[in-house]
Design a protein around this ligand. Structure first.
Ligand SMILES: NC(=O)c1ccc[n+]([C@@H]2O[C@H](COP(=O)([O-])OP(=O)(O)OC[C@H]3O[C@@H](n4cnc5c(N)ncnc54)[C@H](O)[C@@H]3O)[C@@H](O)[C@H]2O)c1
Length: 382
């Protein structure tokens, strides 16, 4: 693979995860930016990255940097992604792409015709068995899709003493569980089925209208392992959990349940897609297994193995069967599809990775889900 010079923005959970994924592909992670010059310096030292930037302008002025990976909190995405595109850098942005559809729409306009690649890290797509499901649906193995249902549940915000910037609407957006994890599910099921959500009816709940915020910055998931000393009480408007009934364009229907307060479920995305011929079910906590359900023959359990899957799925497998691949591999394959596309140099070709248009679509869905919840009615999409 051609080696690209990449800069990382953000030094929390995702900054090091992107660094590792990029390095596994042989990319040169040349610089990093945190929320202060000191944070950049410390992260650069810990991760062995040569340059620590003092601010974003310094990063953009670095002529060696060809691509920027944005892993800062959501409220910075729009500004940082726009500035990077304007500076002529390819952008790979964490989800959600922006805070509003006005912002994500503007980013799509900027990316279109820029001659630059603009991707969003919906990495769930890059678990190989999701490519297998996509190939099965395309080949007609499931027949007509009747229903698509599932959930994305976690437990890291179970207690009112759990805190992260995501709980604040000004930092993460008006929706939390739906935008943070629900959009992974919505992106994934639309990707594998090729169907688009056309209508939603939602019911959301803020179980804890007050939470205890630690004094000082807290990085994602750290509260589960670190002792918090001083806290202050803050009002919360974003949802802890909720449901959405869904209609898909071609007549399929279904539902999504999201929750960040489900004890014991650490990071669990599940879907079941039922067609007129067969059903498939996948769970991100056992990502190397796919359940295939039949009515007139025995059900099957497919274990990820390059010798047993379609070419599409095989292209996203790095190891033989039984040598389990997981979360970090999904990042590696997400980035590989992004950089392979840039290296091929044909920007008129369809992108094999989730684009800014996909990121925008997710935010349009989030806004429809919020409107439906607030107004207690079905909301049609576009
Ligand atoms: N694809 C996935 O699986 C996945 C998983 C987790 C998070 N995310 C997304 O990644 C993003 C970051 O989430 P996280 O969990 O890593 O959060 P985090 O709080 O752990 O890390 C965010 C980092 O950004 C830094 N930061 C804040 N303002 C900044 C600025 N202006 N410039 C540069 N750095 C700044 C913070 O100091 C912190 O180090 C979010 O958009 C989130 O939705 C995606």
């Amino acid at each position: 693979m051609r080696v690209f010079n990449v800069a990382i923005v953000g030094t929390g959970f995702m900054g090091p995860a992107h660094t590792e994924g990029l390095r596994r592909l042989g990319m040169n992670v040349a610089g990093i930016l945190g929320s202060s010059a000191e944070k950049s310096r410390r992260a650069a030292e810990e991760l062995g990255i040569p340059r620590a930037y003092g601010n974003y302008s310094e990063l953009l002025a670095d002529g060696e940097i060809e691509a920027v990976h944005i892993t800062s909190p959501n409220r910075h995405h729009y500004e940082q992604a726009s500035a990077a595109l304007r500076a002529g850098k390819h952008v790979h942005c964490e989800k959600p792409l922006a805070m509003t559809s006005a912002e994500s729409g503007a980013l799509c306009d900027l990316a279109r015709g820029s001659g630059l690649a603009a991707g969003v890290n919906y990495n769930m797509r890059f678990y190989p068995l999701n490519w297998e499901v996509r190939a099965m649906i395309r080949s007609g193995a499931l027949g007509r899709i009747n229903s698509i249902y599932g959930s994305y549940v976690q437990d890291w915000l179970l207690y009112p003493t759990d805190y992260n910037w995501r709980v604040l609407s000004e930092e993460g957006g008006k929706l939390r569980a739906v935008a943070d994890i629900g959009t992974h599910w919505l992106d994934l099921v639309q990707f594998v089925t090729g169907l688009s959500v056309s209508g939603v009816q939602a019911d959301l709940k803020t179980v804890y209208p007050t939470r205890q915020r630690p004094i000082g910055e807290v990085e994602t998931f750290s509260a589960k392992v670190e002792e918090i000393e001083a806290t202050e009480s803050i009002a919360i408007e974003t949802e802890d959990s909720g449901a959405a009934l869904l209609r898909f364009g071609d007549g399929a229907h279904g539902s999504l349940w999201v929750s960040q307060i489900t004890a014991g479920r650490k990071n669990c995305l599940r879907y079941e897609i039922a067609g007129s011929e067969a059903t498939v079910a996948w769970n991100s906590e056992q990502p190397n297994e796919l359940w295939i359900g039949h009515r007139n023959e025995a059900n099957r359990h497919l274990l990820r193995d390059p010798g047993l899957v379609s070419e599409d799925a095989r292209a996203h497998i790095g190891y033989p069967g039984g040598h389990n691949e997981g979360y970090d591999d999904s990042f590696k394959h997400s980035f590989k599809s992004f950089y392979d596309y840039i290296a091929a140099g044909d920007f008129s070709a369809p992108e094999p990775f989730p684009t800014f248009a996909d990121g925008h679509n997710e935010i349009v869905l989030c806004e429809a889900i919020l409107e439906s919840h607030e107004q207690g009615r079905w909301v049609e999409i576009g």
